[in-house]
Design a protein around this ligand. Structure first.
Ligand SMILES: Cc1cc2nc3c(=O)[nH]c(=O)nc-3n(C[C@H](O)[C@H](O)[C@H](O)COP(=O)(O)OP(=O)(O)OC[C@H]3O[C@@H](n4cnc5c(N)ncnc54)[C@H](O)[C@@H]3O)c2cc1C
Length: 470
């Protein structure tokens, strides 16, 4: 009889769960800290290390098994420009420059002020000054070392799935792990998931893509080996001398191959980035209209990306001098998703602000990256009215409606064209440095992030090497 009752109760539980489409699971482990950073990409690394350095007990939770975000699990390289448009002045300094210097010391990066246009810039000249070529493994190792030294507790293999929010404050974050559901409580939370997962869960307002359901194209990066760079450089130089832009990027060959059914992608140019070890990171696959928040669509795009990678290799072997013997070394673990959610911030950086280098009372970094939107079949560039750097204010890290949350990286508050520019890796590190520093200072001062004195944040960032010229 007892057995029957238990079975009936279990059946009813399963039935009610199934009927409501709800699963209730016990919390198997709990953690507490001052600052919880969710997402271990460039923004999350900067956030966690800087929060810990400013005295906060910090946890960094990441769904994968290493740090770097798209810069490692997406094989995205090199770090895009971190300088003025002429390539002469480093704009993203502070934590980013320190990281790069540490990697250089290990032979794992080239300083952006020393990057030669043409050799490390995918055969592009325009708008690609000051790139940082780096080694993926060196980035993983160095960022882990920096976290360790600062006292950051790393929680890998922890997928954020839920926030408990009450009265405009996050009370706890929940993670799906192999060991059940883990709960982390914190004073301040920093969403560095790229997708604004925490902000969305916590009820903060956000915009998805273009606001009408459209998003930029996705791409799966690949790495190739066996490339003859001398031959590629010779072709590049010859085309540059002849003023043959289309030739430089093999645009005519791509058209011919597409007509012959050998290039079923929208890409118009080759895009090869030379790595330190002589391999090339290649950004030439493309899938359109993919919702990066839908695992089913992402799965399909990753499969398509790997099919396209095969076409890319065959195309390069047949048409591109120096790539005759190239081979696929690996494809990325994760699809490159350019765009999903951006929060609506206490301030949202506008395109006009960036075009005109508008100043703010609470600047946390400046940059000069160009605004480019990857559309189906072409890339749209948004022109600026000045070559001066443009600015990013602290308030654009603060989502509306949730008090103890900051959002750094690809999900911060900027209009679409601006985010299309500042989502590259160096500004994401800078956003992270600002968010982590602010979250820790707020804990120290006993105030919420929204009440933090911006003057204190700005002066602290300057002391920590952030470039904020008057
Ligand atoms: C196709 C493409 C090409 C690009 N090319 C370049 C380039 O050449 N140079 C350049 O500088 N930038 C480039 N970028 C931009 C750059 O890679 C990203 O915009 C940048 O990495 C964003 O940094 P982030 O820290 O905001 O997010 P990410 O790098 O995406 O990191 C987010 C981290 O959060 C983790 N995460 C996500 N959700 C959860 C969750 N729910 N729970 C736990 N962890 C989670 C992820 O695993 C990841 O580690 C490119 C991007 C794309 C898509």
């Amino acid at each position: 009889m007892r057995r029957f009752t238990i079975l009936l109760a279990a059946a009813l539980l399963v039935c009610s769960c199934a009927c409501n489409n709800q699963v209730k699971l016990p919390v198997t482990r709990t953690f507490d800290c001052d600052v919880l950073v969710i997402g271990g990409g460039p923004a999350g690394i900067g956030s966690a290390v800087c929060a810990a350095r400013h005295g906060a007990k910090t946890i960094l939770a990441e769904r994968g098994g290493y740090l770097g975000g798209m810069a490692t699990n997406g094989l995205v390289a090199p770090f895009m420009s971190s300088t003025t448009p002429d390539g002469n002045t480093l704009l993203i300094r502070g934590f980013y420059e320190e990281l790069v210097d540490r990697m250089i010391a290990q032979g794992g990066a080239i300083h952006p002020l020393k990057a030669e246009i043409g050799s490390f810039s995918a055969y592009r000249d325009k708008g690609h000054h000051g790139l940082t070529t780096f080694d993926f493994e060196c980035l993983k190792r160095t960022t882990e070392q920096m976290c360790k030294e600062a006292g950051v507790e790393l929680l890998y293999h922890a997928l954020f799935i839920k926030a408990d929010t009450k009265g405009g404050k996050i009370k706890a974050a929940y993670f799906a792990t192999k060991a059940g559901i883990w709960k982390v409580t914190a004073k301040n939370y920093i969403d560095c998931t790229g997708d604004g997962d925490v902000a969305a869960q916590a009820g903060a307002p956000f915009i998805y893509g273009d606001g009408e359901g459209g998003v930029q194209a996705t791409s799966l990066f690949i790495v190739l080996r066996n490339i003859d760079w001398k031959a590629m450089d010779a072709h590049n130089e010859a085309c540059k001398k002849a003023g043959d832009f289309e030739g430089q990027f093999y645009m005519r060959e791509i058209l011919a191959a597409r007509e012959a059914g050998e290039f079923p992608m929208w890409r118009q140019k080759i895009a090869l980035f030379q790595n330190l070890d002589g391999t090339a990171t290649v950004n030439m696959t493309q899938t359109d209209d993919v919702d990066g928040l839908d695992p089913k669509q992402v799965t399909e795009a990753e499969i398509t990306g790997r099919e396209q990678a095969d076409y890319v290799v065959k195309f390069l072997r047949k048409y591109v001098k120096g790539c005759e013997n190239c081979e696929l070394a690996q494809s990325a673990e994760n699809l490159g998703v350019r765009e999903t959610r951006r929060i609506v911030g206490e301030y949202t950086v506008t395109t006009e602000d960036a075009k005109n280098s508008v100043r703010y009372p609470d600047p946390v970094f400046c940059c000069a990256n160009h605004m480019d939107i990857h559309r189906k079949g072409y890339v749209e560039y948004v022109a600026r009215n000045t070559n001066d750097p443009y600015w990013f204010p602290y308030r654009a890290l603060l989502p509306q409606k949730v008090d103890n949350l900051l959002c750094a990286g690809r999900c911060a508050a900027a209009e679409r064209p601006v985010m299309a520019a500042i989502r590259v890796i160096p500004p994401c590190f800078a956003m992270g440095q600002a968010a982590g520093t602010a979250a820790a200072l707020a804990v120290r001062e006993g105030v919420g992030p929204k009440q933090l004195d911006p003057a204190l944040l700005v002066s602290t960032l300057k002391e920590d090497g952030v470039y904020l010229p008057e």
